[in-house]
Write a protein that binds this ligand. Structure first.
Ligand code: UGA
Length: 411
C-alpha cells in the first residue's frame, strides 16, 4: 500500500520504518526541514536502537518530505504528531492542522490517529471535517520501539466504518498480536487507561519504597519481586525509583485527569499517583542530603550518572534526572554529569566524557538512570558514597550506600 506518516518523532519514524519493512511504500512528513534532511540522508536525529538500520535497509520504500504533496496518492495516512498538555488540558492544534493539511491534498485516504487523544476526539474532529478517522493508539516504549511495534502485546483499532477498520487491521496482521476492533472512544480510553495504570503501578511501588526506607532490614526490590511473582500482579513496572518521566506518562496522566474532571468523575487514584510522582524529586534530594551528611566530612561534589528520562534513549523530556540536577545546583552543589548518549549543556553542570572521569571528580555518586553500564561501577566508586535512585546496584557492594526503598540502618 501507499502509506503516509505525519510527524517524525519516535512513534512516526518507527511506524514508517516498520511498515516500509513490511513492503509498503511509505512517505514520512514533518514540518521540521532539518529532521527531514537528516532522515533523507540515512541518519536519524534521535537515539533509538535499530531504527537507523531499518530505515537504511528499506531506503527503496521510504522517503521523507516537508510537503504534503507527497502523500496525494497515499491509501492510508497515520497521524503521529504531538498532543502536548497546555495548562493541564490536551492541546489538539497539531492534530487539527495535520488533518486540514491532509484534506487539502488527499480526500480519499483512510486517516488513522496514532497520536494520543482524549476520548471523543477522533469522532468530533471527524464530524467537524466531514471525514471518518480510525483510532489506532500506540503502546510503544522508547528504547524498545521497534520490537514493541513489530510484536506488541495487542493492537487496538477503533472506528465506525468497518471497511476502514479492516484495512488498518490487515496492515498490522503481520504482528500476530491479538487485535481488538472497537469504537473510537474505547480505543482512545484504552490508551489513557493503560498509561495511567502503569504510572499508578510505579507510584504504588514508590510509596512502598518510602515505607521500606523507615523499616530497617526491608528492601523494596525484594518486596516487588515477591509481589511480582503473583501473575495477577506481574513484575513489570514495579521498579521503584525517582519517579516516571518522559513525554508520555506525565502528559497523559495530566490530560486524562483533566478530561475525567471535566466529565464530573475525577479519577482519584491517578490524581494520587501523579502527586506521589511530583514528590519523588524532593525525596531523592533527601537521600542525597543524607548521604552527603553521612560519615566522614561533608562534601559538595556530586556525580550524576544518566540524564535521559530512562535508559536506552537520548530523550530528556520530563527527565527526573534533570529535575534533580536543577534542585541540587540550587542547593549549591557542584555537579558532574555523565550520560552515554545525551550531550546537552546544563547550567552549572560539568558534563564528563566518561563514567570514570565523572566518578573521579565527585565524593557522592548518584545513579539517576537505569543504563546497564551503570550497574558495574563498584571498582570505580571504591570508598565513595553512593545514592541509587534507580535500584540497579547491589547494596552489599558499597560501604556507604543510600537508595530508594532500602531500609539500611543509617536511614
Ligand atoms: C510509555 C508506555 O510504556 C508505552 O506503552 C506508551 O506507548 C508510551 O508511554 C506512549 O504513550 O507513547 P515510554 O514513555 O517510552 O513509554 O517509557 P516507559 O518505559 O513506559 O517509562 C516511563 C517512565 O517510567 C520512565 O521514566 C521509567 O524510568 C519509569 N519507570 C518505568 C519506573 O520508574 N519504574 C518502572 O518499573 C517502569
Amino acid at each position: 500500500m501507499k502509506i503516509g506518516v505525519i510527524g517524525l518523532g519516535y512513534i512516526g519514524s518507527v511506524t514508517a520504518a516498520v511498515l516500509a519493512d513490511q513492503g509498503h511504500q511509505v512517505t514520512g512528513i514533518d514540518v521540521d526541514s532539518n529532521k527531514v534532511k537528516i532522515y533523507s540522508s540515512g541518519e536519524i536525529p534521535i537515539f533509538e536502537p535499530g531504527l537507523k538500520n531499518l530505515i537504511v535497509k528499506n531506503r527503496e520504500r521510504i522517503s521523507f518530505s516537508t510537503s504534503y504533496d507527497t502523500i496525494r496518492e497515499s491509501d492510508v495516512i497515520f497521524i503521529a504528531v504531538p498532543t502536548p498538555t497546555s495548562n493541564g488540558s490536551i492541546d489538539l492544534s497539531f492534530v487539527e492542522q495535520a488533518v486540514d493539511s491532509i484534506l487539502e491534498v488527499n480526500k480519499n485516504s483512510i486517516i488513522v490517529m496514532k497520536s494520543t487523544v482524549i476520548p471523543g476526539t477522533a469522532r468530533s474532529i471527524g464530524k467537524k471535517k466531514g471525514i471518518h478517522i480510525v483510532s489506532n493508539p500506540e503502546f510503544t516504549s522508547e528504547g524498545t520501539a521497534i520490537q514493541d511495534t513489530v510484536k506488541p502485546d495487542r493492537i487496538i483499532i477503533g472506528g465506525s466504518k468497518k471497511q476502514a477498520c479492516n484495512v488498518v487491521t490487515d496492515l498490522w496482521e503481520f504482528t500476530g498480536s491479538p487485535i481488538v476492533v472497537t469504537t473510537n472512544e474505547n480505543a482512545e480510553l484504552i490508551k489513557y487507561a493503560s498509561n495511567s495504570f502503569l504510572a499508578t503501578k510505579i507510584s504504588f511501588i514508590n510509596e512502598i519504597a518510602n515505607l521500606c526506607e523507615v523499616i530497617p532490614g526491608s528492601d523494596v526490590d525484594i518486596v516487588a519481586k515477591g509481589m511480582g511473582l503473583d501473575k495477577r500482579i506481574g513484575k513489570r513496572f514495579l521498579r521503584a525509583g525517582i519517579g516516571y518521566g518522559g513525554s508520555c506518562f506525565p502528559k497523559d496522566t495530566q490530560a486524562f485527569m483533566d478530561f475525567a474532571r471535566s466529565k464530573g468523575t475525577p479519577i482519584k487514584i491517578v490524581e494520587a499517583a501523579s502527586e506521589v510522582n511530583d514528590n519523588r524529586i524532593s525525596h531523592a534530594i533527601d537521600l542525597v542530603l543524607k548521604s552527603v551528611n553521612s560519615a566522614r566530612s561533608q562534601d559538595n561534589k556530586i556525580a550524576i550518572l544518566g540524564l535521559s528520562f530512562k535508559d536506552n534513549t537520548d530523550d530528556v523530556r520530563e527527565s527526573q534526572s534533570l529535575k534533580l540536577i536543577k534542585e541540587l545546583v540550587k542547593l549549591g552543589f557542584q555537579i558532574f554529569a555523565y550520560d552515554p548518549v545525551v550531550k546537552t549543556s546544563i547550567s552549572g553542570v560539568k558534563q564528563c566524557a566518561s563514567i570514570e572521569e565523572c566518578v573521579s571528580l565527585a565524593n557522592t555518586v548518584v545513579v539517576a538512570t537505569e543504563w546497564d553500564k551503570f550497574r558495574d561501577i563498584v571498582s570505580l566508586v571504591k570508598e565513595k558514597k553512593v545514592v541509587d535512585v534507580r535500584r540497579i546496584l547491589d547494596p552489599g557492594e558499597f560501604p556507604i550506600f543510600f537508595a530508594v526503598g532500602f531500609g539500611n540502618a543509617e536511614n
